[in-house]
Design a protein around this ligand. Structure first.
Ligand SMILES: Cc1cc2nc3c(=O)[nH]c(=O)nc-3n(C[C@H](O)[C@H](O)[C@H](O)COP(=O)(O)OP(=O)(O)OC[C@H]3O[C@@H](n4cnc5c(N)ncnc54)[C@H](O)[C@@H]3O)c2cc1C
Ligand SMILES: *[C@@H]1O[C@H](CO)[C@@H](O)[C@H](O)[C@H]1NC(C)=O
Ligand SMILES: *[C@@H]1O[C@H](CO)[C@@H](O)[C@H](O)[C@H]1NC(C)=O
Ligand SMILES: *[C@@H]1O[C@H](CO)[C@@H](O)[C@H](O)[C@H]1NC(C)=O
Ligand SMILES: *[C@@H]1O[C@H](CO)[C@@H](O)[C@H](O)[C@H]1NC(C)=O
Ligand SMILES: *[C@@H]1O[C@H](CO)[C@@H](O)[C@H](O)[C@H]1NC(C)=O
Length: 201
């Protein structure tokens, strides 16, 4: 592949806030009445598969796994939590490649961010011009962002060494690699983040 004319690219991404309460609780009944209830699974076979991460140091099963189909679905969950008398612990997972239990949420709800990428429309939009940038879903893998940008003869200014990590996952820990001495970490190359709160967009 001809790689000689790559210019730099800056990211704009969709990211989700962490809203974690440390209160251990069983899942409230009211969850079943939300319009997102069909996207929430309490199947023990499913929750068990989200009980650990790459580091395999901790094992705590979430009470449920949430497969949102839009950022607004996540807003619905967060809104439900903060209007409850006892807020729900919520965490989110990209590919679970963190090593110290960062995604784990004992008895709470784990959001499987990869389900946002299952929708049909493209979640990686590359814009050319004098200041090229990519607008991507935080659930996307860096390998796919690179693939999409290379088609325009562009590449992200800063990549991690290992590319099968999600955009939201690496930005949560800055995103580092050998190019950092020159470009700064990935998080320093972001124009804009959409933070999902309990407000609909
Ligand atoms: C083989 C391997 C190679 C690695 N190489 C590098 C490297 O070169 N450079 C580097 O910087 N790191 C590297 N890492 C570390 C990696 O960047 C972090 O572990 C990263 O957090 C994992 O990415 P993930 O997408 O699997 O995120 P997860 O582990 O799923 O999540 C990490 C954190 O981000 C949060 N999060 C995930 N998605 C979102 C979202 N959409 N919105 C808000 N928060 C979110 C999670 O709640 C969690 O706190 C490597 C890890 C492994 C296992
Ligand atoms: C739930 O309701 C919100 C607000 O109306 C909407 O944006 C979202 O798409 C709905 N989700 C589902 C799965 O119907
Ligand atoms: C969980 O998996 C086991 C073993 O495959 C199976 O016997 C059981 O029916 C599954 N439970 C549910 C709720 O799907
Ligand atoms: C997704 O793709 C299917 C099959 O092509 C199509 O019927 C459906 O309308 C698409 N949905 C969206 C949201 O684009
Ligand atoms: C990418 O563009 C499509 C079509 O305009 C749009 O529906 C989608 O929301 C965009 N995705 C992102 C992550 O901006
Ligand atoms: C890049 O995208 C093309 C399709 O556009 C696909 O055939 C190829 O496998 C992708 N490469 C990687 C490394 O994902």
């Amino acid at each position: 592949m001809e790689l000689s004319r790559h210019s730099s690219i800056i990211l704009s991404i969709t990211i989700v806030t962490t809203f974690v309460s440390f209160v251990k609780s069983s899942l409230p009944q009211g969850l079943q009445t939300l319009n997102i209830s069909s996207e929430i699974s309490t199947d023990p076979n499913i929750t068990a598969s989200f009980a650990t991460d790459f580091g395999n140091l901790f094992n705590c099963t979430p009470g449920a796994v949430f497969y949102p189909s839009s950022p607004n679905d996540i807003a619905t969950l967060i809104r439900f939590s903060y209007t409850s008398s006892k807020p729900l612990p919520i965490s989110q997972r990209g590919r679970g490649h963190s090593t110290y239990g960062q995604t784990l949420v004992p008895d709470g709800i784990l959001i499987d961010m990869s389900s946002l990428g299952h929708t049909n429309y493209s979640r990686i939009n590359v814009t050319e011009g004098p200041f090229p940038y990519a607008d991507v879903g935080a659930e996307q893998l860096w390998i796919d962002v690179l693939n999409a940008t290379l088609k325009r003869d562009l590449m992200p200014r800063m990549l991690t060494d290992y590319l099968y990590l999600t955009v939201g996952g690496t930005l949560s820990n800055a995103g580092i690699s050998g190019q950092e001495f020159k470009q700064g970490p990935q998080i320093s190359n972001v124009y804009e983040l959409d933070v999902v709160t309990g407000t609909y967009i």
